[in-house]
Write a protein of this length. Structure first.
Length: 132
């Protein structure tokens, strides 16, 4: 919820450029770890979040295909958002990122504006174009 604008922007960019669209969801371990879950509770939390992410990405993938994006892939990773997204960019050779911050999650944002600017600058230094 709240990410529709970002999703549509990513779909539109893929359609305009003819590029492959890779939809990424990072299960934020830093966020889950704040709840001090241990053992099976922690594992269950990761599993539940991952299943929700898989469902959401499937819905977005289907939307992108209906709108005409020919090549759509999905990737789910677990880890800290900053580190994991940098790893994905390097691993997959991503040359453009479309970042968004769902409005309903504003109070829980991983990034304030200053941190977001620094995060984006790190990708731009690698030659990755960032749309936000």
């Amino acid at each position: 919820p709240g990410a529709e604008e970002t999703v549509q922007r990513a779909i539109n960019l893929a359609l305009e450029s003819g590029a492959k669209l890779t939809l990424c969801q990072i299960v934020d371990t830093d966020f889950v770890d704040r709840f001090s879950l241990r053992g099976s509770s922690r594992k269950a939390a990761y599993q539940e979040i991952t299943e929700m992410a898989e469902f959401a990405l499937m819905m977005i993938r289907d939307q992108a295909k209906r709108e005409g994006v020919a090549d759509v892939d999905t990737v789910i990773r677990t880890g800290g958002v900053r580190r994991t997204l940098h790893q994905l960019v390097d691993e997959l050779g991503i040359d453009m990122l479309v970042l968004g911050r769902p409005k309903k999650m504003a109070a829980q944002d991983v990034f304030n504006q200053k941190r977001l600017d620094a995060f984006v600058a790190g990708f731009e230094e690698k030659g990755v174009q960032v749309s936000r």
